[in-house]
Design a protein around this ligand. Structure first.
Ligand code: AMP
Length: 114
């Protein structure tokens, strides 16, 4: 049983602003938003990060992107654009070791990231 904050949210042990739920994942509003829209798409399956993905998880990982696309469309971001980010490991600044896709939009995002 996972002990990260996202596992606790998935088990409904702590509250979250959930905007999407299905059999494979949930999506919620980031508690510390870095853009007007900042969602996290989180698989129910406990995978620590990109390096923890197994070949058999390919469909699940693809599903996270399909959900991200649909949420971006629902929020009207498909024209203006948005960014999907997956931080993996210490150098990338990952702080929660349960795989998640950030969906950031609603403002002009700079590149490269810091
Ligand atoms: P990362 O640095 O990629 O691991 O991102 C973790 C993200 O989770 C950060 O953007 C945090 O603001 C966010 N976060 C941490 N705790 C919560 C929470 N309880 N509810 C929503 N988002 C959270």
């Amino acid at each position: 049983m996972g002990n990260t904050v996202f596992s606790k949210i998935l088990r409904k042990e702590i509250p979250a602003d959930i905007v999407h739920e299905d059999e494979l994942c949930i999506a919620l509003r980031d508690i510390n938003p870095q853009a007007p829209t900042h969602l996290l798409i989180i698989p129910r399956q406990e995978i620590a990060g990109i390096d923890g993905i197994e070949d058999a998880d390919a469909a699940l990982v693809g599903h996270l992107f399909v959900v991200a696309r649909d949420l971006a469309r629902k929020l009207g971001l498909e024209e203006s654009g948005y960014r999907l980010v997956i931080n993996t490991g210490a150098d990338a600044g990952q702080t929660v070791f349960h795989l998640h896709v950030h969906l950031l939009g609603g403002r002009t995002l700079t590149w490269p990231p810091g």
